[in-house]
Design a protein around this ligand. Sequence first.
Ligand code: SAM
Length: 251
Amino acid sequence: MHPEAIGRARFCSSLSGAAEIGAMLEELQGRARAFTLLDAGCGTGEQLLALAQRFPAMSGVGIDIAAANIAAARARLRTRPDLRGRIRFEQADLREWRHEPFDVVITNSVLYLVPGPTDALDARLAALTRPGGLLLLCEPVACVRNSVLIALRRILRRLRSRALERLALAIAKRLHPDADIAFLEDRIPYLYVVPERMNGPARERELAAFGFRRLGELLVPDASIAKLRHSLAVFRREAAEFPVAGRAWRD
Ligand SMILES: C[S@@+](CC[C@H](N)C(=O)[O-])C[C@H]1O[C@@H](n2cnc3c(N)ncnc32)[C@H](O)[C@@H]1O
């Protein structure tokens, strides 16, 4: 589905996460077109490598603040010599990283974890997205279900203990019997995460101040009842120059 066609519709997708980002990009870019892509907060690199395979003329950079993730991503890339010339991974903090602008910038479950002022983060996103380029944010979305989960997480933060985490892990194993134990353990700290920012109308207004026009938004199917509901919000960066706080702002 093309985002221009989605308009203001929300919560209408049956795809999920990284697969949804790939499908959306295919709608917008086609498979054959050459473009540059930044995967900001790329984790261990699976998503960027899958996109490189799907889009043979794409070249991409994955950045992540965690050195261990970048080491794992580079190890994964070493097993894919066919992709090596087009993809690279770099350890970097999105809030400070400087690079020439990309045709497409994506984040998948990243911005809601990044502390600090949202306008500074959005200025960075604007500087990293070329005018006319796309910004795809797969992030938790402001909705009733997430408000309830966040209230619960605030309570869990107060009760935090080893016993509680053992109980949460036991429940997770019941709910996801086929999942890898290490993966489930890795998810436990997320039970305490309260988002710094979420997709939704307020976020759209913040991004509009940096020249991003919302094209559409899709609901990503829930991977787990404990996970915050995510949406994939798609924006186009409109102009090279636009007013911010009464000043003309440039890359
Ligand atoms: C929930 S994981 C998602 C990873 C990946 N995008 C995915 O979908 O599998 C969040 C990632 O954001 C990274 N991250 C958090 N803050 C960051 C920052 N300021 N700059 C770059 N990466 C950051 C974390 O290290 C982590 O790998």
